[in-house]
Every structure is written in structure tokens, then in C-alpha cells.
Design a protein around this ligand. Sequence first.
Ligand code: SAM
Length: 247
Amino acid sequence: MLAQAAALAPLVIVDGQKTDGVDSLWREMRTRTGDLPCVTRAHGRLFWFESTAVDISDWTAPAPAPVDGGFVTQWGAFSADGPDRGSQMLAAALPGKLPSRMADLGAGWGYLARAVLERDGVKSIDLVEAEKLALDCARRNVTDPRAAFHWADVTRFKPDHLYDGIVSNPPFHVGRAADPALGRAFIVAAARMLAPSGQLWMVANRHLPYESSLRESFRSVEEIGGDGTFKLFHAIRPLKPTDKKPR
Ligand SMILES: C[S@@+](CC[C@H](N)C(=O)[O-])C[C@H]1O[C@@H](n2cnc3c(N)ncnc32)[C@H](O)[C@@H]1O
């Protein structure tokens, strides 16, 4: 991103959190520019540099590249070196026939969505993904006209119509630490976007505690497989806010 910014403007200002790695970026820049002006406050650092004074064109992100299975992926996207094993397990566990209106929440570069389109019965699939570079790869990997692409935050996304089925390998990191909160928000979002008889197929790392969120959001939840690292869930009939008992 800095290489892109430097190519576009004479002055680049970088503002970041130390917990997100701004200090290592700053140190990297200093090895190229010498002393670099900056302001630090609390856990943040802000620094700036003149693009003409330093060449960082070698930081430019490489173009999307092919990986196994006939996909292209982009450096920086989730599982850029090839299909994620958890997603492969979920794809293999999907039934031969799926509901007609489907969505893939957190679709990445499109591995799961392509597997969904290989099943019978699917009339449409919405790929919802927050990372634009990943979604741009998905557009190249999933060329089926039944697919639509939404660059959006799943937790706020409002589909045009409710879905009959959703697949998801939800994100499990916010910042650096594994955090189930975003995955839980994906479960709540899936329940909100599904029709009353809708179904969710989901894969998660085995150590992440999603069972109670699934049971709070769906009438029926079943673990349909997995291994020591991953667990697969099939949840059906979402509970809408009016169905839920106050705790
Ligand atoms: C575990 S990856 C799964 C990607 C893909 N489905 C696959 O199987 O390879 C989760 C994806 O969710 C995306 N993501 C994270 N937070 C999101 C959000 N709030 N809204 C939409 N997508 C999000 C990430 O960029 C990432 O691509």
C-alpha cells in the first residue's frame, strides 16, 4: 500500500497502531531514508516521507498468481498459497444438492463459492468479502454467471433477498490475536440473512467456541465432521430476534 501511495502522491503520511506493526514499517523505511520524522502517542505512531526521496517500488504487491486447482490468488489474501484445508473439508462435506439461493460469507478468493456452484440446484451465489484484492481474485476464479460479488462487511451487509443456504469459513483474527468475536458476528449475520428454513454450512478451527452462538441463532445445529484441527457445522432454521427468549 505504501508503494502504491508513493507512486500516486509526493507526500505519504502513515498512521498506525504499534499492535498492528507500524513500528516495523517505520524501521524498514528508516533503513532506506535515514532519519524519518514521526509523532508517537499512546500505542500509535505517525510518520511521513517524500515519495521522491526514496524508492520503495520493490514493495509493490505482485500481480495475482496461479495456485493449484486452477485458481489465482493475491499475496496478502487469506490462504494465498492454495486452498485452505478447512475450506477443502467443508467443500467435501457439502451435500450433492444445495438450496437455490446461496451466499458465501467471507468468500476470500472464491474457493468455497466455486465448490458450491459445482453442486446441483444452485441458481445464484453472492460472494461477500471485505478484502478487495481477494474479491478481485474471486471474480477471476468464479466466472459462472450465477455468481455476484459484493465488496462489503458481512456484519453490516443487507442482501436484496434472503438466502436459502450459506457457506462460510469465517475469519478468526481481529488484529494479531485469535478472536472468536468476528466469527460469532458472522453466525449472527448468517442467521439474519437466511430465510426461515435456511441452512448454514460452516467450518471453524476446533479450539474456537462457536457452539453456543450457533445454538442461540439456529433451531438445530449438528457437527457434521472435522478432525483434530477443524470442525464442520450444519445449522438449520435461523432464529429471528423475535424468536429468541430473553436471557
Ligand atoms: C478464513 S477466510 C476464508 C476465505 C475463503 N472463504 C476460503 O475458504 O478460502 C475469511 C475471509 O473473511 C474475510 N473477512 C474478514 N472480515 C470480514 C468482514 N467483516 N466482512 C467480510 N469479509 C470479511 C477475510 O478477508 C477472509 O477472506
